[in-house]
Design a binder for this molecule. Structure first.
Ligand code: ARG
Length: 466
């Protein structure tokens, strides 16, 4: 109407937004094109493989197949060059592509959907997408690990305090600390590799849920699309979103690792700690406090992890009540995965940059490593090793030495031999060899320990594995 009121609207509150009441709302809630257009390349690749198989099996003519493939390639370049008009009326990427194919090649387009359904089509497209995303993650994690390996090598001997309860515990090396992250991201990477293997089965040909009466060759399409083999059960195939959940679980665990690292960077870069200095590239200033250098990138990595966790819980919740086989609820899987993938990729890339760029203040780390009686365990171990004391007794003697040092406000190494001998007569001047932080870390040569020689072995192990 000329005055802007729409008499067809059924509701005064929201009617103005919709051209024709319920039907328009249906279109809005039903359409997925707004986000699933991301799957265009996978959709076209899947359709080309399907058409090739249909022709090979004599289900469609070679002529029609050629037209279909040509048309699909045209659509691919139209989308890639931004010359494709997506329509919400056509609901999703599958129908947008198919409708355009009909305009381009006419009736032959109608033969493409023989022996398949959007149910197996979407399962295929999404699996292909997640598989590619996992391959990107594998690469990104490898780069992050390599950044850590370089820093570990450079700092295999740099002493820092090791913490438990965020209280100074024992001296460790910064190289060893870096290698802890290599182990974590190495496990994330092997989870990624395992998931790729796990989901390497082709859904296409499961059709709506029951398979098809057409003489299709699912092994052929599986091979053409780079899958190891076709899935075995058509009902499971169109119902399963485990592959997306596996991606989200892996992302959540990797995100948790990234977030712990982010938290450490936030702490380490405070003036109070001063262990690291972030490069300008990965920090920001304050608009009011000129002295500030904020670790925004690390904080955002920490926050992105919350988002990824949300996506995992959202999809688990979407799936948990669904009877077999396909239900439209499953259309809501994509945004969660797309959002988590973007967050994870960004977080890994930002962390790789921060780790490569940050300056390590080895003097600050070393000074902190020596405070808080961090070599007390070394003193106790020495009493066990050199004086034959049971560990529990040695622990008690050491406790008295710490109390004495505390009362004098000095380090353990600053106590005199006489003072130490007054606590336990078996102590000799040799004790001073183990009370320095360097001696402490050098002595921890057990497999996987913090001694520089051990850390170098760990580095060599991972370099050979990359
Ligand atoms: N857009 C849909 C999705 O993402 C495609 C599958 C639709 N299938 C159906 N039977 N309506 O799940």
């Amino acid at each position: 109407m000329a005055d802007g009121t729409d008499t067809k609207s059924s509701n005064q509150m929201w009617g103005g937004r919709f051209a024709s009441g319920p039907a328009a709302i249906m279109e809005e809630i039903n359409a997925s094109i707004g986000f699933d257009k991301k799957l265009f390349a996978q959709d076209i690749r899947g359709s080309i493989a399907h058409a090739g198989m249909l022709a090979h099996q004599g289900i469609i003519s070679t002529e029609d197949k050629d037209k279909i493939v040509h048309g699909l390639n045209t659509i691919l370049s139209e989308i890639e060059s931004g010359n494709f008009e997506f329509s919400r009326r056509l609901e999703d990427i599958h129908m947008n592509v198919e409708a355009r194919l009909a305009t381009l090649i006419g009736p032959a387009a109608g033969r493409l959907h023989t022996a398949r359904s959007r149910n197996d089509q979407v399962a295929l497209d999404f699996r292909l997408w997640v598989k590619e995303e996992l391959q990107k993650c594998e690469q990104a994690l490898t780069e992050l690990m390599s950044a850590f390996l370089d820093r570990a090598e450079e700092h295999a001997d740099s002493v820092m305090p090791g913490f438990t309860h965020l209280q100074t515990a024992q001296p460790v090396t910064f190289g060893h600390h870096c290698m802890a992250y290599v182990e974590m991201f190495g496990r994330d990477r092997s989870r990624v590799r395992h998931a790729i293997e796990h989901m390497d089965e082709s859904p296409i040909g499961a059709a709506a849920l029951a398979g098809t009466g057409f003489p299709i060759d699912r092994h052929m399409t599986a091979k053409a699309l780079g899958f190891r083999e076709p899935t075995r059960n058509s009902i499971d195939t169109v119902s399963d979103r485990d592959f997306a959940l596996e991606f989200l679980s892996i992302a959540a665990i990797a995100g948790m690792h990234l977030s712990r690292l982010a938290e450490e960077i936030v702490i380490w870069s405070t003036p109070q700690f001063g262990f690291v200095r972030l490069s300008d590239a990965f920090s920001t200033g304050s608009s009011i406090m000129p002295q500030k250098k904020n670790p925004d990138a690390a904080e955002l990595v920490r926050a992105k992890t919350g988002r990824i966790n949300g996506s995992l819980v959202a999809l688990l919740t979407i799936m948990k009540g669904l009877p077999l086989a396909y239900s439209k609820d499953m259309q809501e899987d994509k945004e969660q995965v797309f959002d988590a993938a973007e967050s994870l990729e960004l977080a890994i890339a930002a962390m790789t940059g921060m780790v490569r760029d940050m300056t390590i203040n080895t003097a600050r780390m070393k000074a902190a490593a020596g405070s808080g009686y961090s070599t007390a365990t070394d003193l106790a171990d020495w009493l066990v090793r050199e004086a034959g004391l049971p560990f529990r007794d040695a622990h008690h003697v050491t406790g008295r030495a710490v109390a004495l040092a505390e009362s004098k406000s000095c380090d353990l190494a600053e106590l005199s031999l006489e003072e130490l001998q007054a606590i336990h007569p078996a102590i000799t001047a040799k004790i001073f060899d183990v009370l320095t932080v360097e001696a402490s870390v050098a002595s921890r040569k057990s497999y996987g320990g913090t001694a520089p020689s051990e850390v170098r072995k760990q580095i060599a192990f991972w370099r050979a594995r990359n």
